[in-house]
Design a protein around this ligand. Structure first.
Ligand code: CP
Length: 326
């Protein structure tokens, strides 16, 4: 167990070592148990977290805000449009000034080519931890919750467990690539064999792919890429199928939609789930485009773990806040 995470940022998935992630999970399980038993756990009494949002959220906002209250502190919801950022507040000013008011700064900024740099510039200027509530490259807290959920559902030893991370069709908007990228970065360390399935226009960042392949090699796990959803589902123990935009191909929403609309058959339905292992679990970070990305029968069916997955956001985030903001 790694006991000194105080003051640390969590921006990219590999910012914490495997042992440090294991520590986060141990603390998360303890906090989950304490909440279930109604045991108070005010590890962050009188501490405050700034939650700066440049993009909408349901789960991330709710779980960070509630989590801070459960730890005895307070989270301030700050919508960027309500600040003076558009009138000139720089990243350095936000980092330095909020670092004097708050004990942690959490940021969601998913704008292409902007968000991750914004978080890093704030972190350089801040005297307190900066936590990534999702940028255009990474969504580390989602993947910590996913890992906790897979351990709970499949078992603590994940070596040899087959997981498919698949693209799925969506009509709503070009969703960020941060979830699939964070999945392929974090999960090889924990022994999962990964298959990444996507149509040719929906590639992930080359640097992230290289890092993921290096992680898989380091930990002796399999990592393959296919361009067929059903082939990816074949024999999978964990099915994680969600949409992302063809953002490495184009950032133009109209052009991107034309690429997306070629692949309407990439929906998770009961027929595709039947190709996966018979005890396979279905995961999705939400929000999902129902009956476009995934059928109601699957997302509301017995193999779906999406609500437990969403709940675990609360527990892993409380663990990271308690360990870093103490
Ligand atoms: N999964 C997730 O991050 O949900 P929100 O976008 O609602 O925060």
């Amino acid at each position: 167990m790694q006991t000194d995470l105080r003051g640390r940022d969590l921006i990219g998935d590999l910012d914490f070592s495997k042992e440090e992630v294991q520590t986060v999970l141990e603390v998360a399980y303890d906090l989950k148990r304490k909440r279930a038993l109604g045991e108070p756990h005010p590890y962050l009494r009188d501490k405050t977290l700034a939650m700066l949002f440049f993009f909408s959220s349901t789960r991330t906002r709710g779980s960070f805000e509630s989590g801070m209250a459960q730890l005895g502190g307070h989270a301030a919801f700050i919508e960027s449009k309500t600040t003076q950022i558009a009138h000139g507040d720089t990243e350095r000013e936000i980092g330095d000034i909020f670092g004097r008011y708050f004990d942690g700064i959490a940021i969601r900024h998913v704008d292409w080519g902007v968000g991750n740099q914004y978080l890093n510039l704030v972190a350089e200027a801040a005297r307190v931890p900066v936590l990534n509530m999702q940028c255009e490259i990474y969504h580390p807290f989602q993947i910590l919750a996913d890992l906790m959920t897979i351990q709970e559902k499949v078992g603590p030893n994940l070596r040899g467990v087959k997981m498919v991370v698949s693209w799925a069709y969506a009509a709503s908007y070009l969703k960020p690539v941060s979830v699939p990228q964070s999945l392929i970065l974090q999960l090889p360390r924990f022994g999962l064999d990964l298959t990444l399935a996507h149509p040719p226009e929906f590639k992930l960042r080359p640097d992230v792919m290289e890092q993921a392949q290096a992680e898989a090699k380091k930990y002796g796990t399999k990592f393959e890429v296919v361009d067929d959803m059903e082939a990816g589902f074949e024999g999978a123990d964990v099915v994680y199928a969600k949409s992302w935009g063809p953002l490495l191909t184009t950032q133009d929403p109209d052009e991107g939609k034309k690429f997306q609309d070629q692949y309407k058959s990439w929906i998770t339905d009961e027929a595709k789930m039947a190709v996966a292992g018979k005890d396979a679990i279905y995961m999705h970070p939400l929000p999902a485009d129902r009956n476009v990305e995934v059928t109601d029968a699957v997302i509301d069916g017995p193999q779906s773990v999406v609500f437990d997955e969403a709940e675990n956001r609360l527990h892993v985030q409380k663990a990271v806040m308690a360990l870093t903001m103490k």
